[in-house]
Write a protein that binds this ligand. Structure first.
Ligand SMILES: Cc1ncc(COP(=O)(O)O)c(C=O)c1O
Length: 463
């Protein structure tokens, strides 16, 4: 009988690969990148190769650029894995998942204070972008139907919004052939004003776009004032112009922290709201939600009913198939956290963000752009520095921090900022570590300035 060692030697290399992933040929060859190979590889090798490569990505926990959730509880992870194989669109096969979506929409409609007499409806989406496009499309159709019924032309729709909106709003205007009336930002406030909106609207305005928690500075448009303006216009001119609120991030914060703030369905002209489940809804990407105040806000003809999956399923979406797991995970969070759980998390995030903003301001080196810090996001500019926020952002990357630097939109392009989004898993000590690293990076550039200055004073140093 051959010894175990000899036996192993006699084995073909492909057989030995089962025993040692890193000893397999897959780790000494370049892996397929352009064409699927004829033969596959053992699962562990495939996993390990991809896993190692993905280590080159940034660390999500240090990514302050994105609003998107990077951590969920193990029980949520378990539900997500259990639902991974369910295509949400197969309502007839997975009716319970469909019911869960409807429960979430009901809960959101109530969270956004839809009046009891309204029959709110809505849908899940891949994110706020899809939700916004669907919301605006419905308003375009409602406007078109009204114009047709009145025997008026309906070939020149326009949409009015501030330049503080997310890029998806411009995308909507382009893709759905609607004239974009983008109001430049008001200097030093970085949000739109009701007076500016008044100058732009007319009988062809399908909707006014507003934001609660802007992408650039985390501020809020004066939705209340815009609502008053539109009620006044409706009474005087008969133009019934709806407001869509982009609550991508603020929609999950305001109800818990500022319950008395009127921005939602309490306002007459607010007819639709989107919110990102994957931002402060605290679910992994991609999940967004769209809620209409009343079913009359979504024209019937936009709802498709398909029967070939069994049953007759109504559908309002841009794509067809999609996963179910993030929908289930959103419901998990609602059950698990309740309103008080969400409130506690939001308060912690806000406190940590205000701590960060306070320290940066106190240092005298930074100017806080969103002075109030209403949402857990701080945007800062540099005060009297010889270097830029872009350099600072790059330097911080050396320590793993991902903090974007950018210039603000139209009318405020000369303002360059660093933006930091504080998420639930970013505790106080992490904030303090970040502060230390920001100050260290700042001093690095300061020292460089001194040495450059010395070099200039004493040119022989150059040789
Ligand atoms: C205000 C606002 N609207 C819309 C979006 C787009 O959201 P999503 O990434 O969920 O499509 C974002 C993303 O950051 C946002 O901040």
């Amino acid at each position: 009988m051959l010894s175990k060692k000899k036996n192993l030697k006699k084995m073909k290399k492909s057989e030995r690969e089962v025993a040692s992933t890193f000893g397999s040929r897959y780790f000494s060859e370049s892996i397929p990148k352009y064409e699927i190979s004829e033969e596959g590889m053992p699962p562990r090798a495939a996993y390990q190769l991809i896993h190692e490569e993905l280590n080159l990505d940034g660390n999500p926990a240090l990514n302050l650029a994105s609003f998107v959730t990077t951590w969920m509880e193990p029980e949520a992870d378990k539900l997500i894995m259990e639902s991974m194989g369910k295509n949400f669109i197969d309502n007839d096969e997975y009716p319970q998942t469909s019911k869960i979506q409807d429960r979430v929409i009901n809960m959101l409609a109530r969270l956004f204070n839809a009046p009891h007499e309204c029959k709110s409806i809505g849908t899940s989406a891949i994110g706020s972008s899809e939700a916004i496009m669907l919301g605006l499309l419905a308003h375009k159709w409602t406007w078109k139907n009204r114009r047709k019924a009145e025997g008026k032309p309906y070939d020149k729709p326009n949409i009015v919004m501030g330049a503080d909106v997310h890029t998806v709003w411009e995308k909507f205007a382009l893709y759905f052939d609607v004239e974009l009336r983008l109001i430049p930002l008001a200097k030093d406030t970085y949000i739109v004003t009701a007076e500016e909106v008044a100058k732009q609207i007319d009988e062809n305005t399908i909707c006014v776009g507003t934001v609660i928690g802007t992408t650039f500075t985390g501020q809020m448009d004066p939705i209340n004032e815009i609502n008053d303006l539109l009620i006044d216009i409706k009474e005087k001119k008969g133009w019934d112009i709806p407001i869509h609120v982009d609550g991508a991030s603020g929609g999950f914060i305001a109800p818990f922290i500022y319950p008395d703030l009127s921005w939602d369905f309490r306002l007459e002209q607010v007819r639709s709201i989107n919110v990102s489940g994957h931002k402060y809804g605290l679910v992994y990407p991609g999940i967004g939600w769209l809620v209409f105040k009343d079913k009359t806000d979504l024209p019937e003809e936009l709802i498709f009913k398909v029967n070939y999956l069994g049953g007759l399923m109504p559908n309002y979406s841009l794509n067809f198939s999609k996963g179910s797991s993030t929908i289930v995970a959103q419901y998990y969070n609602f059950l698990r956290l309740g309103k008080s759980g969400y409130k506690d998390i939001m308060e912690n995030m806000l406190q940590n963000c205000r701590h960060l903003a306070g320290k940066l301001e106190k240092s005298g080196k930074f100017e806080i752009i969103n002075k109030e810090v209403m949402f857990p996001l701080v945007a800062v500019g540099l005060k009297d520095a010889d270097f830029t926020v872009f350099q600072l952002s790059e330097k911080l990357r050396e320590k793993g921090w991902i903090i974007p630097a950018y210039t603000l939109p139209e009318n405020a392009q000369d303002v360059a900022v660093l933006r930091m989004v504080i998420k639930e898993n970013f505790g106080r000590d992490m904030v303090d570590s970040l502060l230390d690293d920001i100050m260290e990076a700042y001093e690095y550039f300061e020292k460089q300035k001194i040495s450059n200055h010395k070099e200039r004073e004493n040119p022989t140093l150059l040789y």
